[in-house]
Design a protein around this ligand. Structure first.
Ligand code: DAH
Length: 341
């Protein structure tokens, strides 16, 4: 039996020394010391069969073997786990100085691009930006803007009413009233924002964007509007762009005009974009109606002003050659990505 013990010890020594992984080491531990089937527990069982007088001595030797083996395994375990930890560190090492992988680059929505360009141009002329509310009441959206009760703009087919008095604003013009009622003239203000109308076809969407401009001071004339718009179209479209005023009607301006820009596609010769006319309509405007100034509690003999309103979606479509407004709102990145500044 002593020989067998020595032989087991020798085997453990050799096999443990040759082990490289904690998995195999554990298997050896099972084989030699764990459970009932391990070779060392088996020796203990065999002890019963040895002659009585040899048992104490043999028992001692077996116990020593067990202690020695337990320690040998423990040493090897810590050696292997240190190596394994080291190997894992090596494998998981990350180079934090390495440049990051770039995500796909986004781009501004065409309407945001146009809005940003216009704000830049107007800011250069001293305009401040003000965003007013999207839910309006009858007074701000219509009455104060001199839009009488029977006016077609009030038609329920055009306006999204919330109740008899409240509605989604149909234009950014109520922003004029908010400004006139709260800001001491003289001022120049731009009011960009969403507007809503029950209209839906290739060039109309129930939600779209406008930008209102309002200048209030003393002795403002149509020439001021014309001069400012000239600067605008040259910066926005091209140095050679010209403007043309056509008489029109809006309840809140008197006189009112519609403003065309010489076609930036053909330079005025006539093409598909300008439908052969050489001109493209870009906005409505005029001299602020006396009644509007009065409705806001100001003296129309003292203050005059001009106002204009333009469709941001329309300008984006003209600039980028988009023929269907819904392309702007379907959120198809393949389409939107093409319209970088
Ligand atoms: N509010 C008008 C519309 O939605 C646009 C407009 C025209 C605004 C003339 C103005 C203006 O300020 O003076 O069609």
């Amino acid at each position: 039996m002593e020989q067998k013990i020595a032989e087991i010890k020798e085997r453990i020594e050799k096999e443990v020394a040759a082990t490289k992984t904690s998995k195999i080491l554990f298997e050896l531990k099972v084989k030699y010391i764990l459970g009932k089937t391990g070779e060392i527990p088996a020796l203990m069982k065999e002890l019963g069969k040895a002659p009585k007088e040899d048992r104490p001595k043999l028992g001692k030797v077996i116990n020593e073997l067990k202690e020695w083996a337990t320690e040998a395994f423990a040493n090897k375990e810590s050696e292997i786990s240190a190596l394994e930890r080291q190997a894992r560190y090596e494998a998981e090492k990350i180079d934090i100085t390495m440049p990051a992988k770039r995500g796909g680059e986004g781009s501004l929505h065409p309407v945001s691009v146009v809005k940003g360009q216009l704000i830049d141009i107007f800011a250069g002329m001293g305009f401040k930006v003000s965003e007013t509310r999207e839910i309006e009441d009858d007074f701000y959206n219509f009455t104060a803007l001199n839009t009488p009760k029977e006016h077609p703009a009030r038609d329920k087919q055009d306006t999204f009413y919330i109740n008899d008095d409240l509605m989604l604003r149909t234009h950014t013009s109520p922003g004029q009233i908010h400004t006139l009622k709260t800001v001491e003239p003289p001022f120049k203000v731009l009011i960009p924002g969403r507007v809503y109308r029950a209209d839906d076809d290739a060039t109309h969407s129930p939600m779209f964007h406008q930008m209102e401009g309002l200048v209030i001071d003393k002795h403002i004339t149509m020439c001021d509007l014309q001069g400012m718009l000239d600067v605008l179209v040259k910066k926005m479209f091209s140095e050679g762009a010209k403007t043309r005023f056509r008489p029109s009607f809006f309840p809140f301006t008197e006189p009112s005009v519609e403003v065309d820009v010489s076609c930036f596609e053909c330079g005025g010769k006539g093409c598909k974009l300008c439908k052969g006319t050489g001109w493209i309509e870009i906005l409505g405007g005029g001299i602020v109606n006396r009644k509007v100034i009065e409705n806001c509690g100001l003296d129309p003999d003292k203050y005059t002003g001009f106002a204009f309103g333009l469709g941001l979606d329309r300008i984006a479509m003209l600039k980028y050659g988009i023929n269907n407004i819904h392309i702007l709102y379907e959120g198809d990145l393949r389409a939107l990505k093409q319209f970088k500044e």
